[in-house]
Structures are given as C-alpha cells and as structure tokens.
Unconditional design. Sequence first.
Length: 444
Amino acid sequence: MNLNQLQSRRSFLKKLGVATAGAPFVTRNLLGQSPNGVLRHASFGAGGMAWEDLTQIAQCPGVEIVAICDVDLSHTADARKQFPKAKIYQDWRKLLDNEANNIDSVNVSVPDHMHAPIGVSAMQLGKHLYGQKPLAHDLYEVRRMTEIAQKRKVVTQMGIQIHSNAHYRKAVRIIQGGVIGKIKEVHSWCPKSWGDNSPMPDRSDAAPADFDWNLWLGVCAQRPFIGGEYYHPENWRKRLAFGTGTFGDMGCHIFDPVFKSINLTAPLTVRSEGAPPNQWNWGLDSKIHYLFPGTEFTAERTLPVTWYDGMQSPSVEIVNLLEGKKLPGSGSVFVGQEGVMVLPHYGRPQFHPDAKFRDFVPPDAGEANHWGQFVDACLGKDKTTANFTYAGPLTEAVLLGGVASHFPQTTLKWDAKSLKFDLAEASHLIRREYRHGWSVKGLS
C-alpha cells in the first residue's frame, strides 16, 4: 500500500465516521527484511514479562528497538529512558500500521486474550514473532497461529524460556536415552492459584489516566472497568475472558519437558476432577487427567499424564516413590519401568531408587539463550526450538485442560484433526466471537 492509497483509506474511513485505529485490521503482503544484519524489533508490552522479553531481546547483538506499545503508558517510563529512539504507542494497530516497513520482528507479551489478534496480525505482515505462553487464549486461535506461521514462513518462538535451560534440556536427553526405562505415567503440578470462587463485583470504576480500558479489552466484549487490581495489571489471569488460569499460566512451562522428552502428540481424552469455573472466573485446585497416544518412549500404547494445581498434588503412592524426600514446589515426576525421575521447575533432575542411581552422572545437554536463539534465527544464523510447530500442539494440550474443567467428572474424547470434542457443549468453548469492529484477518 503506497502513501496515496494509505491516505485514501484513512479518508474513506474518516468519511464513514470511523477512526482508523478502530477499523478492522488490514494486513499487507510484506515480508520482514533485516537490512545490513540488523533486526529491527518492536515490543507489544512494556511491563512485567514484556519488560523481560524486551530487554533480553535488546541485549542480543544486531537488535535495534524501533517501537514499543503498551495500553498502560505508565508502563513505558523505563522503556522511554532505556530506548530513547524507540517510538511509543498505546494502540497496537497503529504501531503495525505506521511501522510495518520499519520492523522485522515483534514480541507479543500482553494478557492472553490478545496474544492471537496481535501475533496473527504481525505474522500476516511477514514479521517474525516471539509470542508469550500460552500461545493464545483459545484452541482455535492456537491452531490458526500455528498454521499461519507455517504459511508465512516466519521465525517463531514461544516464551517458555526454561525450555532452553540446561536442566530441562538434560531431562529430555535422560528420558530419550532410556535411563529410567520406558515411561509408564507422568504427574505434573504447580501450587499457584489463578482462580477465584467469588462473583464479579457489581460496580464500575474510573480507569487510570494513562490506561486505555477499551484497548485493553481488545477483542473481548465490552464491560465496565473494575479497579483495585481486579483485572489490571495481573489478576486478569483469574478471569475466564482474559486469562487461562493456573494451568494456562504454568502448564506450557511444566508440561514442556514432558511433551518434548516423550514426543507427545494430541491427547486422546481429557478429564477434570477439580472444581469448575464459575460464570466469571477460573476454578481453584485443578486435577486433570490426560490419556496420550504412546510413543517409542512409553511402556504402553497409551500414556496417562495428570496435572495438579493449587491445593491438589500427586497421591501418596507417587510421593512414596521419592524414598522420604519431599516433592519440589512444582515440577514433574516421570515413572519409568526402571526408575523414577523428579524434575523440579526448574532445577536439577533427581533419581530414585537412590541406591540404583547414586553414582549416575547425567549427560551434559548444554544451555541456550532462548531470546538469543530467536534473534539469531531471524538473522538466519540459527533455528528456534520452541517454534509454533512444536509450541502450538503443546499449548493445545494445555488449553484442553481448561475446557475440561467446565465439565467435571466427564471424560472428553478429543479429535485433534477436526478440532472438536465428542461433547457438543465442550466444542462450543474452542472458539469465541470477537466483538464488533475488532475482526482480525486469519482469525475472524
């Protein structure tokens, strides 16, 4: 789109009485190019994990930070100081519209409900994408992100940085090397409690001066702002419309070495035995059973994997396998035919029975810089290991647990190819409708 066409488009929208920023996002067939070995990068998000992603990427050789966007401009104070040449935006659509020819890559490090709209829009423009976990809020969005990344041939990496940590990489080599034999079952847990049993407060508060509530809502239905940190800056994780609960927050991290080491694919069934969400919020204390197809690394033709969070934890039978040692705060227990591996999140793998593995020296697997790997891949020097071809199916497995939590004590059969359950009510939760005026090419 040349300048005249862009001006005509804006004039047309102005005549209709619609602001350019409020129109459905229009993509252009551009492919990010890195002139002179420089990666021109933009960050969507400036606070919290977004700040970590932004600063880690900025430290990599060959990176130039061109633009930064956050719906809460109070989050951009440090960014303005550290990256004085970067342009600051509050509306992600304006950044993509204005900087499409000036950037090669982006990181999307915002609340879960906006991962797909921003990420897909950037990929449709040919921009390489570092996308925070979980890849998206809904199963349909995850599938489309995976497909669009492959179609556009962009570099992708999901923000599960511990994937590149030496302990997780070592665990993968240990399981695939048969150190504890073929795997019979896996138990993974996290004590976080991103849920809320209470109803949504019946009130409407004024949003902070530097915070654009409408932009924060994005594709979600309009509703009043509630202060007291009910949504912003982080309790959105508890809310059904915006977050994905404890499992969505931590599952992509803790399930990652399980998924990777055993070469898991889409599960056959999923069953929740925890409390269901209410009308507004995720439930507490999840316990979710999966049955995965077996692989060359499993003892049987199927593999049971169980997730626990909040006050839920593995049974005493599993704890007894640790010979008097306590379970780490969070992590996984791999039960093999010839032994047990405990993988803390994140820490050194531990083995039982102690008498058998006392002298065992784990193989060295090295460590990678997760952000640096992404940058190098964008510059043609490396390949990412948490690209969306891998991270998409991993995220889908995690999000299936969230859907199952709506139907406690019900075993749901999953048809990954068709993206549907055997229960129609569950299939209705695979995809949500975006609010009027927020359509996104490739998702709407």
